[in-house]
Design a protein around this ligand. Structure first.
Ligand code: MN
Length: 200
């Protein structure tokens, strides 16, 4: 049995208070430092000595079930989540003409229509889970609702942007107001990163 721990907690490319007021320092510290750290610790224990030990994270998510899927999915989801944010001054303008912006307008009608549908699907997701913007193999964009640890990679889609609707993502700052939390997140989306994922 290997003693090498494959996965580690991602470092955030911003200070814990840099996303305020959309997300508070306290929420970032709990969400990243406690919740995500626990998923990393759990997965490393679960995969030690198994076939999953040498697999990339996305492959584990695509091929596992049960506790391994839940913890691997939550690591993949949170890595994509935390790395899509940037403080306001670094935020790229989402309306600059680029292939992603053109695809959003093509597939949703307008940027505002896309945002409205995305927020509505986040608000209406029952219980815990994630709302995603994802691309199919032809670059078509879809919004999916995934319960619990779900990720659109399990449907053969490329995950681009996500909002976490687990209560731990917003309860400290917004209490029960999930809709207000989701609406505020647009202020800190780093569209250059989403565009990079789309082009990859
Ligand atoms: Mn979370």
């Amino acid at each position: 049995m290997s003693s090498i721990l494959l996965f580690s907690l991602i470092a955030l490319p911003y200070a814990p208070d840099a996303l305020e007021p959309a997300i508070s320092k306290e929420t970032v510290e709990y969400h990243h430092g406690k919740h995500l750290q626990t998923y990393v610790d759990n997965l490393n224990k679960l995969i030690a000595g198994t076939e999953y030990e040498s697999m990339p994270l996305e492959q584990i998510v695509a091929s596992s079930q049960g506790a391994i899927f839940n913890n691997a999915g939550q690591i993949l989801n949170h890595n994509l989540y935390f790395l899509q944010f940037a403080p306001n001054p670094l935020n790229a303008n989402p309306l600059i003409p680029n292939p992603l912006a053109q695809a959003i307008i093509r597939d949703f009608g307008s940027f505002e229509a896309f945002q409205a549908e995305f927020e509505q699907k986040g608000v209406s997701l029952f219980g815990s889970g994630w709302v995603w913007l994802a691309a199919d193999k032809d670059g078509r964009l879809v919004i999916t609702q995934e319960p619990n640890a779900g990720n659109p990679v399990t449907k053969g889609l490329k995950p681009l942007l996500t909002m976490d609707v687990w209560e731990h993502a917003y309860y400290i700052d917004y209490r029960n107001r999930r809709a207000a939390h989701l609406h505020a997140l647009w202020q800190i989306i780093n569209w250059s990163e989403i565009e990079r994922r789309y082009a990859e």
